[in-house]
Ligand binder design. Sequence first.
Ligand code: SF4
Ligand code: SF4
Ligand code: SF4
Length: 425
Amino acid sequence: MNKNIFIFDQNKCIGCHACVIACINENGFQSPEQWRNVHKSQENHFPDSPLFYLSIACNHCDNAPCMKNCPTLAYSRDEKTGAIVHHPEKCIGCKYCTWACPYDAPKYNPKSGIVEKCTFCNHKIEEELKPACANLCPVGALDFSNTVFTIEESKASSPVPVEVGSNIKINKLRNKSGPEIDLDIFKNQQYDKKENLKHEKISAKEEWPLVIFTLLSAILVSLYASQRTELFRIANKFIYLGLGVISALLSMLHLGKKFRVWRSVLNQKNSWLSKEILSFALFFVGVLIDFFLIDISNVIIIFFGVILLISIDMLYSLATWRWPIKMHSAQTLFIGITFYAALTSSYLILAFILAFRLTIYFYKSINSLKIIHTLRIILPIASFGLLLNQQFILPLALLLIGEIIDRIEFYNELNVPDPKKEFQG
Ligand code: SF4
Ligand code: SF4
Ligand code: SF4
């Protein structure tokens, strides 16, 4: 079956940026980032090193992860043209689609508080015209076609190693060996790569409200679940609820359109972010009713709490594509179980979960053991020893410090595919 695709020929592109200008002329000024980008194979322009280009925008993927993961259903597919259309009036600016898209196509605009992206020039395709970028390319490097394009061709053409049915056919360089390359120049490029890696889309510094929100969620769920055993009592219910409110406010802090937050629960079918927000609301309202109104089954409330922690962990799974094992010692479900075991003096469970988590932690840090890693490993072990000696406050504090270190590392280790970095190798 025919479909609309971009065709890009690396052998022809001269990096003139006419496609970018055409897009701006057609769709208006794009700030702070253009919808279409032209990436260079190397930043340094060394005369003896090959220089070629990749022009890329949204690829209007068949299995579009942006559309699947958007919690507010702000994306839809135009069945006639195949365009993945973003609806600005539905967007809350949570930026989750910028993590989900492997091609860096949705761009967050801090001024409008929402994301924007290439429209496929849908209005032009409907009139059987080419998109502006493909139409203006002076050397025919970027083109557009209505043709048969199989999933295998799509995978082979994709600028990043993912399989999402991207609709761009890339004619790669014919001279695969390329010009002679000076190895010293490549050493310099390694330096550039390290610099580039500093600019990951997700980091603990940028997402600090989420670091606190996710950590607090795990602790709040474990505190509530521990109450059920009669071995532990929440001393002050108002402080507990206050922490819940802080947690909810922090989770909203990074939204560009805070008053549209109600939309975030709309995509229960596909979006873990939607599930996270709904389960947090159900858990918190359940706790509120249980504390002050009627005695409802706390099994149901704990169930919502567990769903909340699973949803938090799952929603980050799309940013773990480089991890050798798709599991992290700082997953919120593990944090919740750890605190539950510590609070209820369930030493067997605690020993097991700590050993399991430390094994994962040790495995991922073995090649770069630093003082902070050693501290992370020592803190829970010391905490366990103190708990066995009938101490309570100090071991919990040590456990918490360890969890903070681990959760910060978790955010710093998250990464999403980046066509520019992949292109530059
Ligand atoms: S298809 Fe249209 S909106 Fe998309 S990059 Fe090209 S000119 Fe811009
Ligand atoms: S390129 Fe990105 S934004 Fe475009 S459809 Fe694919 S996943 Fe969505
Ligand atoms: S609501 Fe979030 S995921 Fe959906 S389009 Fe807006 S920023 Fe992207």
